[in-house]
Design a protein around this ligand. Structure first.
Ligand code: PGA
Length: 254
């Protein structure tokens, strides 16, 4: 089963609208020949509308960095899936470890967010990953099992293949400490098996990315692993040149 690789730039809380515009104008020509790769940019909310407009018709899709599960309601500061669909956004990251740690994002909330995004026609990019303490205590599999089973437990089984999962070990995010190829393959193979335990056929179809200090120098090795379908890139995505090189590393050989 061949899965289309996906490489996403998580800009986090970086770039004003003007900065994000300059970024995509520099990025678009650099990824124009990346045939066979889905390229995603995740700007902050304020830049979403402008960047959707300036990437329309290109190979770059635009995702938000979070979304609420309700369509509307008394949720101050939140943005709903239909609001994202209205401006042409294609998907949303949910469950990023920074939001789990700093904003109280729970697996229970994610269980509602993933099907809500799918119902609005958006691709959910669900982040999972263990902390260093959990890994050291031999609890990586337990953590991943909880995260995957709880966050995807309310998603209709026939829609699971549309979900993108990003395995991001928390100890590798923004630290420069990338998981080794063996660690990434082991964890992502395990996540794939967990998806299979929810819906057998979905395991071979769901795309699972690696995230955590992906850079130009390690992307090719990580993306070549059998269960790794691309990457979610933070720091190394903030400038167009290194991000375009990472996209190129995911481009299937012709
Ligand atoms: P990093 O961030 O590439 O800077 O480690 C990845 C992420 O947080 O998605």
């Amino acid at each position: 089963m061949s899965r289309t690789p996906l490489v996403a730039a998580n800009l986090k809380m970086h770039k004003t609208i003007a900065e994000a515009e300059r970024y995509v104008q520099a990025l678009l020509p650099r990824v124009a020949t990346a045939d066979g790769v889905d390229v995603v940019v995740c700007p902050p909310y304020t830049a979403l509308g402008a960047i959707v407009d300036s990437t329309r018709g290109s190979r770059v899709a635009i995702y938000a960095q979070n979304a609420h599960h309700e369509d509307a309601g008394a949720y101050t500061g939140e943005i709903s899936p239909p609001m994202l669909t209205e401006i042409g956004v294609h998907g949303a990251i949910v469950g990023h470890s920074e939001r789990r740690r700093l904003d109280g994002e729970t697996n229970a909330a994610l269980a509602k967010k993933v099907p809500a995004l799918l119902a609005s026609g958006l691709v959910p990019m669900l982040c999972v990953g263990e902390t260093e303490e959990e890994r050291d205590a031999g609890e990586m599999e337990r953590t991943l099992r909880h995260q995957v089973h709880e966050a995807l437990g309310k998603t209709p089984k026939d829609r699971l293949p549309e979900v993108v999962i990003a395995y991001e070990p928390v100890w590798a995010i923004g630290t420069g400490r990338t998981a080794t190829a063996a660690q990434a393959q082991e964890a992502i193979g395990f996540v794939r098996a967990l998806v299979g335990s929810l819906a057998k056929e979905a395991a071979a179809q769901v795309r699972i990315l690696y995230g955590g200090s992906v850079k130009e120098s390690n992307a090719a090795e990580l993306f070549a692993l059998p269960d790794v379908d691309g990457g979610l890139v933070g720091g190394a995505s903030l400038e167009p040149e290194p991000f375009a090189e990472i996209v190129a590393a995911a481009t299937p050989a012709r």
